[in-house]
Write a protein that binds this ligand. Structure first.
Ligand code: TYD
Length: 219
C-alpha cells in the first residue's frame, strides 16, 4: 500500500480503530470524537460493516444470516460494504478536510477473514485495496486485549453474539495475533494500546500519538 503522507491527496485525517470483539473500540471512538470536537475539528464517526444504508443491509447478512456463508463469500461481503463506504462517505469527508474516526477497516478483514477463516491474508488485503482504491489510514489504533478477557466482557454485557463473536476462543486468538503482527510490520501507521488499561488511560495514549498529526501543516 502506498501511504498518503506528504502526498496531500486529501486534506483530512483518517483514523481507524481496530481490535477484537470486546476490546473497547466504541468507547475509545466516542472519547476521541469528544476531544477532537472540543478542539474545533469536524469529525465523522463511522464504522464497518454498516457505515452506509447499503452497508447496513450487508451488515445484517454478514452478521446475522442463519445459513452458512463460505469464507470467500464473507470476505467479498465485507469488501463490498467497504467499497461503498469509502467512496460515498469517507473520501468525501476527507476531501472536506474533516477527521474520520472509523471503527474497523481493512486490518479487520486481514485478521478475521485471513487469520480467522484461514484465507490468504495478502489476497484479502489486495481485495480491500482494490475496493477502496488504496485508501490508507493516517493512523490506526490497535486496542489489544487477551481474547479470554474480551470474551468475559462480552458475556457480562449479555448481548446476543453475532456470527463472528460466536466463534470459539481459538478463532479469536488467531485474530488477536494477526492484528499484532500487522501492527508490528507497520509501526509508523499503528499505535498499539493495552486494552486492559482504564478507558481514560487508553484515551490519553491515543491522543498523545494523534496530536502531532493534527498540527501537521500538510493538513
Ligand atoms: P463490530 O461492528 O465491531 O461488532 P459490534 O457492533 O458487535 O461491536 O464488528 C462486527 C463483526 O464483524 C466483528 O465480529 C468483526 C467482524 N468483521 C470482520 O470479520 N471483517 C471485517 O472486515 C470487519 C470490518 C468486521
Amino acid at each position: 500500500m502506498t501511504g498518503r503522507a506528504g502526498q496531500s491527496v486529501e486534506p483530512g485525517l483518517f483514523v481507524t480503530i481496530e481490535g477484537g470483539d470486546g476490546a473497547g473500540k466504541s468507547t475509545q471512538a466516542a472519547l476521541l470524537e469528544e476531544w477532537l470536537v472540543a478542539s474545533g475539528r469536524t469529525v465523522v464517526r463511522t464504522r464497518e460493516p454498516g457505515g452506509t444504508d447499503f452497508g447496513l443491509e450487508v451488515r445484517e447478512i454478514v452478521l446475522h444470516s442463519r445459513g452458512h456463508i463460505t469464507p470467500r463469500a464473507e470476505a467479498l461481503l465485507y469488501a463490498a460494504d467497504r467499497a461503498q463506504h469509502i467512496a460515498t462517505k469517507v473520501r468525501p469527508a476527507l476531501d472536506r478536510g474533516e477527521v474520520v474516526i472509523q471503527d474497523r477497516y481493512i486490518d479487520s478483514s486481514v485478521a478475521y477473514q485471513g487469520a480467522g477463516r484461514v484465507l490468504d491474508g495478502a489476497e484479502i488485503r489486495r481485495l480491500s485495496e482494490w475496493a477502496t482504491e488504496d485508501l490508507v489510514p493516517d493512523l490506526t489504533v490497535l486496542i489489544d486485549l487477551d481474547e479470554s478477557l474480551a470474551r468475559e466482557r462480552l458475556n457480562s454485557a449479555q448481548k446476543r453474539f453475532d456470527r463472528l463473536e460466536a466463534e470459539k476462543n481459538e478463532f479469536h486468538r488467531r485474530v488477536r495475533e494477526s492484528f499484532l503482527s500487522i501492527a508490528k510490520a507497520e509501526p509508523e501507521r499503528f499505535v498499539v494500546v493495552d486494552g486492559a488499561l482504564s478507558p481514560a488511560e487508553i484515551s490519553a495514549r491515543i491522543r498523545h500519538r494523534l496530536t502531532p498529526l493534527l498540527v501537521s501543516p500538510a493538513r
